[in-house]
Ligand binder design. Structure first.
Ligand SMILES: Cc1cc2nc3c(=O)[nH]c(=O)nc-3n(C[C@H](O)[C@H](O)[C@H](O)COP(=O)(O)O)c2cc1C
Length: 161
């Protein structure tokens, strides 16, 4: 039995997925900061977090729980090699990891992170002149959050219960 969803979100995409998943599975969702006071060590949980430079943010903070599945939120299009790299870099079991496409929200991005995204945008602009979608995301922002992106993950969680 999965007790709760724990999420870590900076600009809101991961939080949106946490809300949707919570409704679908009828379990509560908590921000990582409040999880410790709500969930016991070794409880079954689902962890959702965003990807920063190939790292799943704060994934080490949930090692005290039994993580049934990880939803990892990034801006790039889904790609098998990219997900395999994420799994290896972050030391996770592949079958537990599901990629959920988020986006870029320039209004909510702040400080260094905003600067990094702008720089990445400039680099991509030079090297991907014909990839309009990618250029648009990093120049103007975009959201790819959709309920259907959760389908595979939900099937996996239900089968594990
Ligand atoms: C500094 C920084 C680094 C990022 N690195 C990656 C990355 O390596 N791969 C990726 O797919 N997305 C990357 N992103 C995009 C975020 O993962 C994406 O904006 C995500 O939707 C953020 O989730 P949130 O809105 O819940 O904070 C990066 C964003 C920032 C600000």
């Amino acid at each position: 039995m999965v007790k709760a969803i724990i999420y870590n979100s900076q600009t809101g995409h991961t939080k949106q997925y946490a809300e949707m998943l919570s409704k679908k599975l009828e379990i509560p969702y908590y921000e990582l900061k409040e999880a410790k006071s709500r969930i016991n060590k070794n409880d079954n949980i689902i962890y959702l977090s965003w990807i920063c430079a190939g790292k799943i943010m704060k994934v080490n903070k949930v090692s005290r729980y039994n993580v049934i599945s990880y939803g990892v939120v990034g801006a790039f299009p889904e790609d098998e090699n990219y997900i395999n790299n994420l799994v290896t870099t972050n030391g996770l079991e592949k079958e537990k990891v599901f990629y959920l496409r988020g986006g870029i929200n320039f209004i909510k991005l702040k400080g260094v992170n905003k600067l990094i995204v702008k720089i990445v945008g400039k680099v991509l602009e030079k090297n991907n002149k014909d990839n309009e979608e990618l250029l648009k995301i990093f120049n103007e922002g975009a959201s790819f959050v959709e309920e259907k992106n959760l389908e595979k993950m939900i099937d996996y969680i239900k089968q594990e219960e």
